[in-house]
Design a protein around this ligand. Structure first.
Ligand SMILES: *[C@@H]1O[C@H](CO)[C@@H](O)[C@H](O)[C@H]1NC(C)=O
Ligand SMILES: *[C@@H]1O[C@H](CO)[C@@H](O)[C@H](O)[C@H]1NC(C)=O
Ligand SMILES: *[C@@H]1O[C@H](CO)[C@@H](O)[C@H](O)[C@H]1NC(C)=O
Ligand SMILES: *[C@@H]1O[C@H](CO)[C@@H](O)[C@H](O)[C@H]1NC(C)=O
Length: 428
């Protein structure tokens, strides 16, 4: 049974109530205080103090302090005004019970609300942190892309400069060659002129063909030689050539490999095929406009291409991949599969191009991409070998082997290529 504490003093202003509650003697336990708008309870087992307040107070801002053996409460009134008493007096038991329970209920609700609010704040903080991280990552991604773009532009500029330089050097070389040729021609002429006039000087008439009037003056006899040569100098030395840049246009070349006489027919056939394919694509692309929305999807087109490939319809497969690439040109698998088609169609240069593109998109070389990269190397290697570019082909096979060192098939093929290379170098 609790021991009720009934001793207390109180005072009030219009705004606040002040309560002194004497602490009981010999208390062994700490005091716990429970306070709501209308209810104040102090429990110091076995002692208990309880007050159902006269009017509501602001429980968030009220205080309790221990002072000279008293608990001193400062309770701020919700509404200004003087109270008749601290507690409700003469209230019946039921009303008191109701107020008490209500106070506890309210306190529970409040605690719950506070917990909710805390949770919301926490989640907001979390969300904010996530957004901030995403923003940072986005900024970083943009920065890297910018760097890449700058690097690309720089390389392009350098290449451009290099090309111009090469063109200029070519031009200069040609000028030099021409000048040298000219000088040689001059020397020849000079020789002719030197040797011929020697004959009339022997006393025969100057009617000999080919000699100029100015060069031979019989009166001067043998001394005429020096005059003649001086005259020649004045007459024949050309004015210095003005230097200039000659623009050279290179014949544009579709293929990455050097031109070979023996391959011209094949290349032309290939170009022809390409043009045909392009025509088909254009027809197909008109179709693309009619495709349903879900079919304008690189994955859908890729699957279509794979099916075509499986049925041996390689040209149609190429078309499907072409369309897919137009919708998304960043998927390595499209180039990889198209390279396989080109190999089948013996569009070897195209196969090389597509494999290279796939490899470019499969960087950085993450483990997930290993098998794709092996395939790309093998396809390109095969194309090189079929073009009899065995050294390049071997490089790709070795690259594939580096990724998949345990594959005996690749090892065997690489060995075969090495033998061919050795064979050809011995033939030479
Ligand atoms: C507490 O509330 C009362 C009345 O609302 C106000 O006068 C007083 O400044 C408040 N005190 C604090 C510390 O918030
Ligand atoms: C080189 O190409 C440019 C533009 O393509 C053209 O205007 C110019 O006439 C060409 N020069 C020669 C020598 O073919
Ligand atoms: C290659 O790796 C990237 C992750 O870097 C992954 O998104 C992609 O699906 C991989 N591609 C293949 C073909 O495995
Ligand atoms: C070796 O590589 C080829 C080509 O990628 C592949 O088809 C084959 O399954 C591989 N063999 C082994 C044993 O991994």
């Amino acid at each position: 049974m609790p021991v009720w504490l009934r001793q207390y003093r109180w005072r009030q202003s219009a705004a606040a109530v002040f309560v002194w509650l004497p602490l009981p003697p010999r208390r062994a336990t700490a005091a716990s205080i429970f306070c709501t708008e209308r209810y104040l309870k102090v429990s110091i087992p076995p002692f208990l103090f309880e007050a159902v307040l006269y009017a509501p107070i602001d429980d968030t801002n009220s205080t309790a302090k221990i002072e000279d053996g008293n608990i001193f409460f400062t309770l701020y009134k919700k509404e200004m005004g003087m109270w008749d008493s601290l507690m409700i007096e003469n209230a019946d038991k039921e009303k008191l019970q109701y107020l008490r329970e209500n106070a506890i209920l309210k306190a529970q609700e409040k605690a719950k609300e506070e917990a909710e609010a805390k949770k919301v704040t926490k989640e907001e903080h979390k969300k904010y942190a996530l957004e901030a991280t995403m923003k940072l990552e986005e900024a970083e991604r943009k920065r890297i892309e910018n760097l890449k773009e700058q690097e690309r532009q720089k390389v392009t500029r350098e290449l451009e400069l290099w090309k111009n330089e090469q063109t200029y050097i070519e031009g200069q070389k040609r000028i030099q060659r021409e000048e040298k040729l000219h000088q040689e021609q001059l020397k020849e002429k000079k020789k002719e002129k030197i040797t011929k006039p020697m004959i009339p000087n022997e006393g025969t008439s100057k009617t000999n063909e080919g000699t100029s009037k100015t060069t031979v003056k019989p009166t001067k006899g043998r001394g005429s030689k020096s005059i003649f040569s001086e005259n020649l100098k004045e007459e024949q030395l050309p004015a210095p050539r003005s230097a200039g840049t000659i623009k050279v246009n290179f014949t544009s070349r579709v293929f990455p490999t050097a031109l070979r006489e023996s391959r011209v027919a094949e290349e032309e056939e290939w170009l022809h095929k390409q043009a045909e394919a392009r025509r088909t694509i254009n027809a197909d692309f008109a179709e693309l406009e009619d495709l349903k929305e879900e079919e304008k999807n690189p994955d859908w087109l890729k699957d279509k291409g794979n099916k075509m490939f499986a049925t041996g319809n390689y040209l149609a497969a190429v078309n499907a991949y072409n369309l897919a690439v137009r919708l998304n040109n960043k998927l390595p698998v499209l180039y990889l599969n198209r390279a396989a088609c080109h190999l089948k169609l013996r569009n070897l240069h195209k196969a090389i191009e597509d494999s290279s593109k796939a490899l470019e998109l499969l960087t950085p070389p993450v483990p997930d991409n290993e098998s794709a990269r092996v395939k790309a190397h093998l396809r390109r290697g095969t194309a090189f070998c079929e073009l009899e570019l065995y050294a390049e082909g071997l490089q790709d096979y070795e690259a594939a082997l580096k990724i998949d060192p345990k594959n005996s098939t690749i090892e065997k093929d690489a060995e075969e290529i090495r033998r061919i290379i050795q064979g050809t170098s011995q033939d030479v």
